[in-house]
Ligand binder design. Sequence first.
Ligand SMILES: [Zn+2]
Length: 345
Amino acid sequence: MKYYLMQIHKSEIGSSSEYANNTFNLEAACPACKTGAQVIAPHKLKDISATYNRHLFSTYTRDHFISEMIFMHLQNFNINTDSLAKCVNQKGATIPFYHLRSDFIMPKPIKNKGFIQYDGHCLTCKRDHYSRVGKGGKKFGEIIPFVPEDIEITYLKSTLNKINGYDILFTFHCFAKSLLDMDGKIKVLPKPSLIISEKVRDAFTNFGIDYVKYWPVLFEDSHTPETGQSEEYVNTTIKSDNNKPLPTIKEKYESILEQVEIIRYAINAEQLKSAQFEIVKIIPTVKLKDEHRHIVFQALRVFNDHMKKCIKAYVTNENKEVAMRVLSISVRGLATSVRLFGIEN
Ligand SMILES: [Zn+2]
């Protein structure tokens, strides 16, 4: 599978996330600057009336959105749309758009041409304050779409195993400088760029979208030491260990079952969350045939949903047993789908 970094060549419209009264999930966010915070769905959008004739657009606040029509088109192309979030307007009414987002953050690339990081970035996560080298901006009151000069982004080849199953990915790099107000509330949230699979690119092209530039993402066997960069993962991702052979499907299945035991005897929500974290880490490493992908991801969605309910039951101390029973069925379903549909690398 090939991957591309996408860049929309049309002016931005409307505001999103921090400018549109959204609430954030801070689980994957940097504790210092909150880069990596995720909007809790549905995603509120503001001032987008002009977008009704657009099927793919980016807001001034650098989030990407697609129309419901493209969303359905992506599904026809067998693209994993699990991470996409529905949108609402400022009054909370559903609007026919989806936030184009990912649950997977790519590691820091081993080579990077075209993105530069300015001084003053967050020293904890080092993810914010990136910019693309290129031309565009405001001229005589007119907004000229930004066109990057040249982007070449290279990851370790082993990253390919980890992103298998994902069609939409976030970059490590986030654009804009993070800014919090005195109370620690997000004022400016740096946003990542999007990396998409060949399947998504083909679906966009097939739909007639002709204003996106796709920069091929490169994967290399080993990294060049002179860059001083290594493959670092953020939060929800796995550190690579090149010396170890990749786990087999049976081993992945068994690691999920190990977590099932932990879930069974969990005494608090934290233990549930950490088991969920371990399980969710495994799924993207499972290689699947296209026709089976939606089954496994559906099982993952059901598991995540039941886990959410179970965590809530643990926190409120209500209906714990029922929530736990439902969860243990869905986690076993997920494990079985990995065992049945996973193919060896
Ligand atoms: Zn930070």
